[in-house]
Design a protein around this ligand. Structure first.
Ligand SMILES: Nc1ncnc2c1ncn2[C@@H]1O[C@H](COP(=O)(O)OP(=O)(O)OP(=O)(O)O)[C@@H](O)[C@H]1O
Ligand SMILES: O=P(O)(O)OC[C@@]1(O)O[C@H](CO)[C@@H](O)[C@@H]1O
Length: 315
């Protein structure tokens, strides 16, 4: 089974506006509201791919009904721990004139020690060998900095596979626990290694250090500049698909969904990477934080070209 763990989910409000005027009253041309947060988005895309996951984590008691209805409508299974307060609302501003994407993320509800204990007990009870756990997103106030470290440790002890997508200090400490897969974007990767954004060779060399240390797959996403995938067996690069971008929110989560679904289906590395790029392309062509359709994902999958790095060969 695939489980997604979201400690800090969000109601994503994507607001479309021609051009934001700071310090003035702005009126949007379109507003789309979705249940989000990184792991939740992963569960949404796994569903589009025809897979099954259970969404775990925390959800605010005061506005949980809307959130749960959204997931029920999508037929996504969940098993949350409900905490006091509201699940945060994150604002995503899409300025259509210049194609500028701005995120305004809130801190989120306060989580108590007893809530964390409940979550760990739950995961301890359900995790089995070869389950896949996706751990992603920010930590809500009240959580210790090393909560992901402890979670990865516990899951690895139980023989579960861990896909990890966090940033800053949580990423730095989490990689030391050797999750099976990580999916940093280039800015997050730069917290780990001093690399230049355009220097593929040094990005690959750095990613290989993580592989030597026991992480099995590293996917570095680089927004419109594409992505690099380094595994025990290969080093691949791909350009981002040419697509009319309607919202970039959740593009990285779509890649994480593809990796977890691919692992659950025993796909090879080339297919996993192609699927990740196809899911991301299909996602960015959707408004708001809607999951892409399977047909769209398949259409992009056929078009993706990968470059085997070091071999100058496109596959
Ligand atoms: N502007 C864009 N045009 C085309 N493809 C894009 C664009 N932005 C993102 N993508 C695709 O989505 C992938 C993931 O994007 P990105 O690196 O921005 O992830 P991220 O920062 O983790 O995203 P998020 O945190 O919003 O989920 C990219 O590798 C690329 O394939
Ligand atoms: O504040 P975090 O937890 O880092 O990120 C939260 C978030 O930006 O991530 C998702 C996109 O990846 C959105 O659904 C959500 O609003």
């Amino acid at each position: 089974m695939i489980y997604t763990v979201t400690l800090n989910p969000a109601i994503d409000m994507t607001v479309y506006i021609d051009e934001l005027q700071k310090g003035q009253v702005n009126r949007s041309s379109l507003c789309i509201i979705d249940a989000g947060g990184k792991g939740i988005n992963v569960s949404k895309v796994i569903k589009s791919l025809g897979g099954k996951s259970i969404a775990l984590g925390f959800l605010g008691n005061d506005n949980k009904d809307w959130f749960l209805k959204y997931l029920k409508n999508m037929q996504i299974d969940y098993d949350f721990i409900f905490v006091d307060g509201l699940t945060r609302t994150n604002i995503k501003i899409v300025e259509t004139a210049q194609k500028v994407y701005t995120d305004l993320n809130q801190n989120g509800f306060e989580v108590k020690k007893k809530d964390i204990n409940l979550l760990f007990d739950k995961i301890d009870r359900i995790a089995k060998t070869d389950d896949i756990f996706v751990i992603s997103g920010s930590l809500p106030p009240g959580t210790d900095e090393d909560v992901y470290v402890e979670l990865i440790r516990m899951l690895k002890r139980k023989g579960a596979k861990v896909i990890y997508d966090a940033d800053g200090k949580a990423l730095e400490s989490g990689v030391l626990e050797k999750p099976d897969v990580i999916k940093p974007n280039i800015y997050e990767f730069k917290c780990l290694f001093d690399v230049e954004e355009n220097d593929l060779a040094s990005i690959v060399t750095s990613a290989k250090k993580l592989i030597e240390n026991g992480i099995k797959k590293v996917l570095i996403s680089m927004g419109s500049k594409g992505a690099v995938f380094v595994t025990e067996n290969m080093e691949l690069f791909a350009n981002a698909a040419e697509v009319e971008v309607k919202s970039t929110t959740g593009a990285g989560d779509s890649m994480v969904a593809a990796i977890s679904y691919g692992l659950s289906q025993n796909m090879d590395d080339v297919s996993i990477f192609k699927l990740a790029l196809a899911c991301a392309a299909a996602k960015v062509s959707k408004e708001g934080v809607k999951a892409p359709d399977k047909k769209e994902i398949e259409r992009f999958f056929e078009k993706i070209k990968l470059e085997k790095l070091g071999e100058l060969k496109w596959i």
